[in-house]
Design a protein around this ligand. Structure first.
Ligand code: SF4
Length: 374
């Protein structure tokens, strides 16, 4: 089933590595919310007869800067315009330090049943380096408050490959996450994105990033450790206890459809992709004028869909070869026989005859494999 995504573009302060669209200066939440409600209304009117949706994801930015009444109001608007299933997964991304047990209870009463905390590290000096606004104590308290508020399904974002990070320090982060009863973990390596303060710090030698081998070693440590603790890796960077896989993200990784709202949000629906302006003021202006704030669109050709399907499925559950034949009327195995055989003998891919999957070694070169598979 398709999902709904709402981008809340506000942050208390930009983190030095982040290239997501968010602003720390725009504070007119009321005008943003009113524009968002208009977008939901206009989009629903344009897309009459949409199917049922089984996930709603509030991402950002920092959605937890919104109170429960504001968030509940958005959910009410979505329920009023779209068919959202009774058991839909409803996730809110939170920054520790921006929530308390009462606001989380309010989220729960509004229908939220999953939280995702941007913790990144349980070491104070890491948080300082990354420019995060929360403390280790706030991160730990946030997770416990979520459980107290009746939302035990909690993801933590953690970051490895920080300069100078030892395997022991990274392992400690995983241990803390497990000890706190986390059901889901997203473990990403710190990457240097364009036009970020981190890029400038690396360029002038203020920060020295770890070498690729150390990134690969920490990735393998993550896989082995979490596997031993019963967390299943169901996408390159995502691990869940059985039954706690993120339904919304599975929709993305299964090349499913989704409709996004808010500045910079992307949508993929009925073989078309469109995206909104990356600017809160222009977003609000467009909607005040009664127009949708789209910045661009593209038709998803069969070739584009095929390439995206390979990329997304190989990174997650693997490519179901029969489904691939049905969807694209071509035989992936036959078309790429020599390359696939080569990857299998090199220990990068494996197949049970029905599904083609990456081995742990293949995960490290996933992008290179996807480029070759056509
Ligand atoms: S809180 Fe999240 S979205 Fe905001 S700047 Fe930091 S990493 Fe980016």
């Amino acid at each position: 089933m398709p999902g709904l995504y709402i981008h809340i573009p506000f942050c208390e302060k930009k983190c030095m590595y982040c290239d997501f669209f968010s602003t720390e200066t725009f504070r007119q939440y009321d005008s943003f919310l009113s524009a968002l409600h208009t977008e939901i209304y206009l989009r629903a009117r344009l897309l009459a007869d949409t199917p049922a949706f089984d996930s709603v994801f509030f991402g950002g930015g920092t959605p937890s800067l919104l109170g429960d009444v504001q968030l509940g109001g958005i959910l009410e608007a979505l329920h009023g315009r779209f068919d959202i299933t009774q058991d839909a997964e409803i996730t809110v991304e939170c920054n520790p330090g921006t929530v308390d047990v009462d606001s989380l209870r309010g989220y729960r009463d509004a229908g939220v049943n999953r939280l995702s905390f941007g913790v990144q590290s349980f070491h104070s000096d890491d948080l300082l380096f990354l420019g995060r606004t929360h403390t280790v104590e706030e991160a730990e308290a946030g997770i416990l408050m979520a459980q107290d508020a009746g939302i035990p399904n909690v993801n933590l974002d953690l970051m490895f490959s920080l300069p100078g990070q030892t395997p022991e320090r990274w392992h400690y982060n995983l241990e803390r996450a497990r000890a706190l009863g986390t059901t889901h973990l997203s473990c990403y390596s710190l990457t240097v994105e364009k036009d970020t303060p981190l890029e400038r710090m690396v360029a002038c030698g203020m920060v020295i990033m770890p070498p690729e081998e150390s990134d690969a070693a920490l990735f393998e440590l993550t896989m082995q450790t979490l596997d031993a603790w019963g967390y299943c890796r169901y996408e390159v960077s995502n691990y869940a206890l059985p039954g706690y896989e993120c339904r919304h993200n599975l929709t993305y990784w299964r090349h499913g459809e989704y409709i996004g709202f808010g500045p910079s949000a992307y949508s993929t629906f009925h073989n078309r992709r469109w995206w909104n302006v990356r600017d809160v003021e222009r977003y609000v202006e467009a909607l005040v004028a009664g127009t949708l704030p789209e910045a661009g669109e593209e038709e998803l050709t069969p070739e584009t869909q095929r390439g995206e399907y390979i990329f997304l499925r190989l990174r997650s559950e693997g490519i179901d070869l029969a489904e691939f034949r049905r969807r694209f009327s071509t035989d992936l195995l036959a078309d790429n026989r020599a390359f696939i055989d080569h990857c299998i003998s090199d220990g990068l891919l494996y197949s049970d005859g029905n599904v083609l999957r990456l081995t742990p070694g293949g995960v490290l070169v996933c992008d290179e494999i996807c480029v070759e598979l056509r």
